[in-house]
Structures are given as structure tokens and as C-alpha cells.
Design a protein around this ligand. Sequence first.
Ligand SMILES: *Cc1c(COP(=O)(O)O)cnc(C)c1O
Length: 371
Amino acid sequence: MLEAIHRNTRVVVDLSIIKQNISKLKSKLNPSKQVYAVVKANAYGHGMIPVAKAALEAGVQGFCVANVDEALALREAGIMEPVLILGLSRVEDAPLLASNHITAAVDSVEWLLQAAPLLKEIPLKVHVAVDSGMGRIGVVNEKELTEVEAVLRNGPFEFEAMFTHFATADEEDTAHLTKQEEKFNGMIGELEERPPHIHCSNSAYAIWHSAGDSDIIRYGIGLYGINPSNGDLCVEDEELLTPALQWETEMVKVKKLEIGDTVSYGATYKAKEPQWVATLPIGYADGYIRAYNKGEVIVDGVRCPIIGRVCMDQCMVRLPHEYPVGTKVTLLGKNKEEEITAIELAKRADTIAYEVICMISDRVKREYING
Ligand SMILES: *Cc1c(COP(=O)(O)O)cnc(C)c1O
């Protein structure tokens, strides 16, 4: 989608907050641990390159992304630090990764055997993925691991790390997590030789499980100042997570409804009394989805309900009184004493805060402050 630059609807990202969130995490960690900023999916909607640069200034040692193109975009922006692709890549892209010094997650001996003849001078850096109970990618047993390790050590590869991902690190009940930890530790024990790094920590694990034996922390949602458990578990140090993103728009029309007037598709909202309403230039094509209409926006520190259905590009809110066209409206973030969090929006739509911020579409202009 085209970025709408002639419209006063924007996401404002405070880069000093991103840096502060990283510094707070680092102050909690043993200094021997490395932090990799997870900037996949356009840095969870915040904008990959500005966030990556801020994260570097805050002292992260590397980056995690989801796919080859995200990794290449970091390189094109001049970022030279390690970049790990968390998902599996196509075998034909192995030379592209090697020549850009991008690290691949690998979980099969077949992949390595097919990649080996394609690799020329530069070895490919590899992190071996272990499936300890996430059921997504990774070697599943000792036999697979042993085979992968043998090929890695005898081919054009650099075996840099072994890693796993936990399915329930953000939950109160630790039974499944303990099983995963045991399986992962068992797999580490099967290695002929330990690679330089072992890692297993996402944000939730770093926040609630002291990052365990993970010597690289793959810090995603926490970087953006959002509680990984969607608010189910509390974070002791309140300063650890400060949201960096504000989503705001401005009233493009303000009008008075008379009794019986209806609003939006389906004419589901009918005025029971005369009232002021504003039309906002934001809709589900911007990632402000229809499910959000169960809630409110903030105008001048006061919550105002969304009325009628959210349209593709516009939506309407009820005002306590008349406001001038151009009045600022906060969709997500703080406005005076009031705040709408990503978790609040998520709950309206029966989803998680991760999805809310990733859904903010590229039609919405991103602006950066305190960079
Ligand atoms: C996305 C992802 C992360 C980051 O998770 P957060 O919960 O955002 O910290 C870490 N590791 C893997 C494998 C991931 O896919």
C-alpha cells in the first residue's frame, strides 16, 4: 500500500524509549550476555531501520529477522552486525546469505548437503534450530542433531550456535517450559563440541526466567515496551517496559447528529439524542480493524466511544461537545492522563498485542522522535 503522507494520521515512535528499554534489560542481565534486537515484521510495525539503528546505539550485538529480505534490508542500510534469520531459508539462497554474512537457521542435513556445493569462498554461518517442544522448526532428536553436526563440521559452514524457542515462557504454568528446557539441555549434551553460542531466550524468558543459560537474548516485544503475556503476568520492574509507539490521527469533520440520524455501514448506530461526532481518516486498511469499534479513542485526555462500523479508510467517534476540525485524536498511546495500550486494543479484538502492532499497515506514515 502507498504511504499516505498528505494525511494527518501517523505512528510516532520515540527512539529514546527503545534505547531505554534495551538499557533497562541490559542492566538486569549478566554482562556476558549478548542482546539481539528482534526487528522482524518491520520491527513489529515500528519501522525496521530506525529501530535497528537506535538499538545499535543502545548496545545490542546483533539482530534477528524472519526472512532473507529483511536481513538484506539491514545490510543495505549499512548495518554490519550479525543478523540471524529465525525462519528456514531456501537452499538456493545459501550463497546470497554467505556473501552478505547473514546467519541461517538450519534444521536438516538435506539442506546442508544441498547448500554445500553452492557455497564458494565464504562459509555460511549457521545456528542449528532444535525443536524442544514448540513444534515449528528444528531438529527433533539426537540422531538428527548428530547428523547435522557432522555435516556442519566438515562442510563450508561455521557452526556458530544452537538454539530453541519456548512455547509457554509467557505463562504462569511452567510444566511445558521445564520439559522444553530438559530436552534442550539433553540435546546440548549430545553435541560432540559446544558451539560458541547457545540461545533460547525470547522476551518472556528474559523477563520471567532470568534468561537461564541463554547467552544471546532474542529480545522482541520487550524492546517495544510491551508485556509479552498480553498483561496476564505482571512485570516487577515497571520501568523495564515503556511503550515506544503512539498512533494518532486528527478530526477531518465534526458535525452534530439529530435524533434518529444513523452512522456508518449497516446503519447500526442511531442517535438517541442530539450529539457531536467526528469523522477520523483511519480505517481497517490502516490496520485499525473493525473489531476495535467496541472501544474508544482519546481526545484531549477524555475517552470517546467509536460509533458505528469502522470503514476501510474512515471511522466515527462520539464527542462530549464540539471540537474544531484538526483536533488530535489518540488511537494508541497516551493523551494527557489517559492511555490506550496495545493490550487494550488486542482485547477488543480477542487477540494479542503483537498482532495489533504488526497489523498497522504501511499506509500509515511513521515518524521518529528523539533519534
Ligand atoms: C519472534 C521471535 C522471537 C522474539 O520474540 P518476543 O516474544 O517478541 O521477544 C524470538 N525468537 C524467535 C525464534 C522468534 O520467532
